[in-house]
Design a protein. Structure first.
Ligand code: PEP
Ligand code: MG
Length: 592
């Protein structure tokens, strides 16, 4: 294995998608659209043409079910869920009926008709202003290509030819492509397109190989077998790396490996500071199948169940019964640990695109018809969810919280609807936990300012720093242009957190933080020093946070917070938190 001369080296920046470093030769995979012939079908053959379409759909369904079973076996049930979306496309009556209507009016071959209709769907989905739904366009495209391949009798794609240890460099990798990858042969995955939530990323993470996505036109600049180094920590792809780059990366890899093994070791131990204070570490989840992750990372329950994902994924509102099954499954699996179920936070960056009548386009969605505002205007939908949560409370340690509470009256209105639901269940003799704790998310400045009154009506607070920072600093959390101004270490944020904690203390209620700030080990000492009792985060962040907690003394964290409260510069506060973190853990703040 020889390295190139320094002059050949080129570095390309992409999006870090799965951690790790890999070095090897490129295996180029270019996904291209199937070429579709276009011809008229004779009157005598038209019935047979529709039959051919139905057989093509059936074969595709069978193939996808087979891939799904393989993925479930190799990667686990969560990854296999990707294919449910594909099977749904194949069962979409509107898509099938439109194709047949197109055929009946044009009498063009069924491939042409299906291609035209599915492209219309892809176009419609890719224009939706929601990342999750936009990515469903990819599902439709992937399935449509597979149907066309089957109708035209074409063979499987070339990814199945990957046998040697190679770095897969592709323009895109669809879920069915990923199923063709031999897991022992892929050293890393790099794609031109994609975001952090694309399927290639999910697959790379579950294969535990490094991945970088969004490298734009890399496949056009690279030849098969070129030497490539992939840095999945910083999202870099280095073509023809020099000896000195390889040497540098060898050292980085050794340091990362040692940090990772220290983190995993710390994860087996409880989250206790050096001076003996215990901190509750909980998980943020979005789907029922994340229960396994919560358990694998030893979280002490769920601090935030973002229930809107049950809705976003479906074309209609899930029924009370469907929701009950989901909540009960999580509550039972994790009992006696608590599961904090947050009522619907649809709207904002999460409109339900399949239901545009309920979510008309708004010019300022984050300040618009969102979360509890939507629920109070749609009592039928709200009550279905509240009853489902209440019924699940009979099966575990369930707590309920409302998102986007802005003040006492709104909280009272939500609680009045909850009281109605309780009365209905009592009248029907249905069991629920009469003492189920009810809390509010504190994520709107008006709630933070009136935390003293809200604390009188709540059993707990959970601070949503993602929104709280957005609203306090007037920084749209999804706008890249102002992302550098989104500063968790801003004195306004720290003073507000302090006020929330102080008011909660006076009423003897607990405070957790479930925004991303809780998942950043650099800010963990500050939050705990301010008096936060519990931190909730996506499970893979838990080892790094626990390691930070086990490396610090709470007394020092309190002094850090007191000093931060005296300071005025966000940059200086951040630097102080980074120094504190570095001095306790010997880790690079960027590596956590
Ligand atoms: C938050 O705002 O910090 C939060 C946890 O909720 P979401 O990110 O779902 O708005
Ligand atoms: Mg929020």
């Amino acid at each position: 294995m020889s390295a190139a001369s320094p002059t050949d080296e080129t570095t390309v920046q992409g999006i870090a998608a799965s951690p790790g470093i890999a070095y090897g030769q490129a295996f180029l995979y270019l996904q291209s659209d199937v070429e579709v012939p276009n011809y008229q079908v004779d009157a005598a053959k038209r019935l047979e043409e529709v039959g051919r379409f139905e057989r093509g759909l059936l074969t595709t369904r069978q193939q996808i079910a087979k891939i799904q079973a393989e993925v479930a076996k190799n990667l686990g049930p969560e990854e296999a869920l990707i294919f449910d979306a594909h099977l749904l496309v194949l069962e979409d009556q509107a898509l099938i009926a439109e194709t047949i209507r197109e055929f009946e009016s044009t009498h063009l071959n069924i491939e042409t008709c299906f291609n035209k209709v599915s492209q219309r769907y892809v176009q419609a989905f890719s224009e939706i202003d929601d990342e999750y739904l936009r990515e469903r366009a990819g599902d439709i495209r992937d399935v449509a290509q597979r149907v066309l391949q089957n109708l035209l009798g074409q063979a499987e794609n070339s990814l199945s030819r990957l046998v040697d240890q190679r770095i897969v460099v592709a323009n895109d990798i669809s879920p069915s492509d990923s199923a063709s990858i031999d897991r022992s042969a892929a050293l890393a995955i790099v794609t031109d397109s994609g975001s952090r939530t694309s399927h290639a990323v999910i697959v790379a993470r579950s294969m535990k190989v490094p991945a970088v996505v969004g490298v734009r036109d890399l496949t056009t600049r690279l030849k098969a077998n070129d030497w490539v180094l992939v840095d999945g920590y910083d999202g870099l792809v280095i073509l023809n790396p020099s000896e000195s780059t390889l040497f540098r990366y060898g050292k980085i890899q050794a340091a990362k490996k040692s940090l990772e093994s220290r983190l995993l070791e710390a994860n087996r131990e409880p989250a206790i500071t050096l001076d003996g204070e215990k901190v509750a570490i909980m998980a943020n989840i979005e789907k029922v199948d994340e229960i396994r992750l919560v358990q694998d990372y030893s979280a002490e329950g769920v601090g935030l169940f973002r229930t809107e994902y049950l809705y976003l994924n479906s074309a209609r509102m899930p029924s009370e019964g469907e929701q009950f099954v989901a909540y009960k499954t999580v509550a039972e699996a994790l009992a006696p640990h608590p599961v904090v179920i947050r009522t619907l936070d649809l709207g904002g960056d999460k409109p339900m695109a399949s239901n545009p009548a309920l979510f008309p386009k708004e010019s300022n969605p984050f300040m618009g018809f969102r979360a509890i505002r939507f629920c109070l205007e749609n009592p039928g939908i709200f009550k279905d969810q509240l009853r489902a949560i209440l019924l699940a409370s009979a099966f575990g340690n369930v707590k309920l919280m409302y998102p986007m509470i802005s003040g006492r009256e709104e909280l009272a209105r939500a609680n009045a609807v909850l009281a109605e639901c309780k009365a209905e269940l009592r009248a029907k003799g249905q069991a629920f936990d009469e003492h189920m704790a009810v809390g509010a998310m504190i994520e709107i400045p008006s709630a933070a300012v009136t935390a003293d009154v809200l604390a009188q009506d709540c059993d707990f607070f959970s601070v949503g720093t993602n929104d709280l920072i957005q609203y306090l600093l007037a920084i749209d959390r999804v706008n890249d242009r102002i992302a550098h101004l989104y500063e968790p270490a801003h004195p306004a944020v720290i003073r507000t957190l302090k006020q929330i904690v102080d008011e909660a203390r006076k009423q003897k209620i607990s405070v957790s933080v479930c925004g991303e700030m809780a998942a950043d080990p650099v800010f963990v000492p500050l939050l705990l020093g301010l008096g936060v009792d519990c931190l909730s985060m996506t499970p893979p962040q838990i080892p790094a946070v626990k390691y930070a907690i086990r490396s610090m003394a709470m007394g020092d964290a309190r002094r850090l917070a007191a000093e931060a409260l005296r300071m005025t510069s966000p940059k200086a506060i951040l630097a102080m938190c980074e120094d504190f973190y570095r001095s306790r853990t010997n880790a690079d703040p960027e590596a956590g």
